[in-house]
Design a protein around this ligand. Structure first.
Ligand code: NAP
Length: 243
């Protein structure tokens, strides 16, 4: 019997898997295997890379996949291009499910950066105590900022190279405004660093920064290859049903 493959690792991928299971659609969710103890979606799950676009195409054919939805994180760019090319190679219809990015309000003081390296360059002019919430990958970009202190929040322990002065907070969302505001006050944070992840699970830090009048460095999303795209779980579930 044919199945739908959901490339996951996000809350909307889990929501989509649940919606498809509820509709009686056979679904397999795929995770990269980066997180030691991931939140698992309902339905079948496979873990680990496919071996590039060709490996993904072979997997789609072997497993009689009728449709693929790339619901991976906006910053997971390699699996995004694998999904487009692998689906084309295997002749399987493909959809991108991507949550909209965050937008600043009139009271926000946001500084956009095209990369983590650029975010690191901006920091010394913005403050000495940095709340770094960009995730575990790519922290080496901040490793040479010896004069700054970092509160690094991520799901699993970060690997060196890391900045000289830091504290690690292992946690995962969802986060709430009061707790985020209290955390930033307690650690006397001057500036927040985040990726433009979008969604509501982790957006309370932006509201807290606004309430405390703190600057925010926001890393822009990487460019992904063109593909049909929707921004809600409902639209993705409807697309799957139409295949
Ligand atoms: P990436 O750089 O695009 O992926 C690197 C390689 O990991 C891919 O080429 C692929 O290996 C494998 N991979 C990635 N996602 C996969 C999936 N869902 N299923 C099977 N294999 C996958 O991705 P990343 O930035 O390391 O992110 C990894 C996962 O974490 C993603 O699934 C993403 O949704 C989730 N995540 C990422 C972030 C972030 O900020 N990057 C944040 C939250 C969650 P092969 O080439 O061998 O197939």
């Amino acid at each position: 019997m044919s199945v739908v493959l959901v490339l996951g690792g996000t809350s909307e991928a889990r929501a989509l898997a649940a919606a498809l299971v509820e509709r009686g659609v056979p679904v397999v969710s795929s995770l990269a295997g980066r997180v030691a103890n991931p939140k698992l979606p309902v339905g079948d799950v496979r873990i680990g890379g496919f071996g590039g676009p060709e490996g993904l195409a072979a997997w789609l054919t072997e497993n009689q996949v009728s449709a693929i939805v790339d619901a991976t994180h906006p910053f997971a760019k390699f699996i995004g291009s694998s999904a487009v090319t692998g689906a084309k190679l295997a002749g399987v219809p493909m959809l991108r499910l991507q949550r909209p990015g965050w937008q600043p309000g009139p009271e926000d003081n946001w500084h956009w950066a095209d990369s983590l390296d650029r975010a690191a360059e901006l920091l010394p002019a913005l403050g000495e105590r940095v709340f770094l919430t960009s995730g575990r990958q790519g922290l080496s970009a901040f490793a040479s900022l010896d004069d700054l202190w970092f509160l690094i929040r991520c799901v699993d322990p970060p690997q060196p190279p890391l900045p000289a002065k830091f504290e690690v907070l292992l946690d995962r969302g969802p986060y709430l405004l009061d707790a985020e505001t209290a955390l930033m006050r307690t650690y006397r944070v001057d500036v927040l660093v985040t990726k433009d992840s979008g969604g509501t699970m982790t957006s309370a830090k932006l509201d807290a920064a606004r309430a405390l009048a703190l600057p925010v460095v926001v890393v822009r999303r990487p460019i992904r290859p063109e593909s049909p795209t929707v921004d809600t779980v409902e639209a993705a579930a409807a697309w799957v049903s139409a295949q």
